[in-house]
Design a protein. Structure first.
Length: 383
């Protein structure tokens, strides 16, 4: 309240002191007097607003009617605003934190995107690799140091596996040669003994007819030895396959046609199946595979009873090419020098398996309802 004697009193309900606040603030007393004088002069409520950096001072006064003249009532309050240095610092801090969060999120998103792209490159390199390949592919470097450490480790592992695989192949071939040596002396000694006996008998008899028969026998045994050594060299000095696109139907017809006469003389039918799958041509070494198929068909002819039938077929099984020759033979015929016919060396089916493995495949004997079937399974490589 204010009047002709000046400021009369002050009430601050929100004051947090030990007692009622009744004194007038000295810093704002001039402003309070001005607003009260303005209210008395105009006879209407008056107000003064003083703005600072962090708060606004509002002082209002109005004339009081009554028997006493020159009385006014006034009030003062402070309103804090967002223009002070503390608020600015707080706002700057919040902006800095927000920028840091968004920057970190953007950096992390970019990092994840970059890694996902480079991991996708590695995945594509693995997916485009030939599924039939026995070795791990050479993966390209990505440019990311940590990821390239993993790529280098995989490449080094692939190289070691490749080296060990070649060593294992050489060791397996040497082991096969070791098994061959056990029967080699016996296989060579028998033809030599037969030739020597024939020659001695022919010389002792002095008859020209016996000499001619001895020469024919000797030539037959020489042919047997030549075939034995040829098969032995094929086992020990196998060359890598020279793969090319092959028309399966024409290939199977040519292979079967070579054995029709022999099968007919033994009263055996050779039948072609579906003659291979349609679509892209597979890739393999036709000369090596023809020799493998020749051995299987000859084995089938020599082990099939008269009046029987042999079926030659090919099909695609997922990512593999399967060549089949039906035959009633024993599984041990894959072992060197194990044969089911007289005069055989037993190397033919071992060569079949060796040729299949040179193509990263395998050969096996599968039991069927009507006997057995030889299968050569190779990785499918499209032309």
């Amino acid at each position: 309240m204010a009047g002709w004697r000046g400021l009369a009193g002050l009430c601050v309900p929100t004051y947090e002191g030990t007692g009622p606040k009744t004194d007038v603030p000295a810093a704002e007393s001039t402003t309070i007097s001005e607003v009260n004088a303005q209210a008395l002069r105009t006879g209407e409520p008056a107000s003064i607003r003083q703005s600072g950096r962090s708060q606004v001072l509002l002082v209002e006064a109005c004339p009081l009617p009554g028997p006493l003249q020159g009385l006014t009532g006034w009030t003062m309050t402070r309103v804090f605003i967002s223009e002070g240095p503390a608020y600015g610092q707080l706002l700057a801090g919040l902006v800095l934190i927000a920028l840091t969060i968004f920057g970190s999120a953007a950096w992390l998103a970019r990092l994840l995107y970059s890694w996902s792209r480079k991991i996708a490159l590695v995945e594509r390199a693995l997916e485009t690799t030939d599924h039939g390949a026995a070795e791990l592919p050479r993966l390209p470097r990505t440019g990311e140091r940590e990821l390239d450490r993993l790529v280098d480790a995989l490449n080094a592992t692939g190289e070691r596996l490749s080296v060990e695989r070649r060593r294992a192949a050489v060791a397996e071939r040497l082991a096969a040669v070791g098994r061959l040596s056990a029967g080699l002396a016996h296989e060579i000694r028998n033809p030599i003994a037969a030739m020597r006996l024939k020659a001695e008998n022919a010389l002792a008899s002095g008859e020209a007819s016996r000499k001619d028969g001895a020469l024919e026998t000797i030539l037959g045994q020489i042919g047997r030895l030549d075939g034995l050594l040829r098969d032995l060299l094929e086992m020990t000095q196998s060359r890598p396959p020279d793969a090319e696109a092959v028309d399966l139907r024409a290939f199977l017809e040519a292979v079967v046609q070579m054995h029709w006469d022999l099968a007919a003389r033994n009263n055996i039918r050779i039948e072609l199946g579906t003659r291979g799958p349609s679509g892209p041509l597979p890739r393999f070494d036709p000369f090596q595979m023809q020799r493998a198929m020749d051995n299987l068909i000859l084995n089938a002819i020599q082990n099939t009873p008269q009046g029987g039938a042999i079926t030659v077929d090919a099909c695609r099984n997922a990512e593999s090419l399967v060549l089949r020759v039906a035959a009633d033979v024993r599984e041990r015929l894959f072992e060197p020098f194990v044969t089911g016919r007289s005069g055989g060396t037993g190397l033919g089916l071992a060569l079949v398996r060796e040729i299949a493995r040179n193509h990263q495949g395998d050969a096996r004997l599968v039991s069927t309802a009507h006997g057995a079937c030889f299968e050569i399974e190779l990785p499918w490589r499209s032309s």
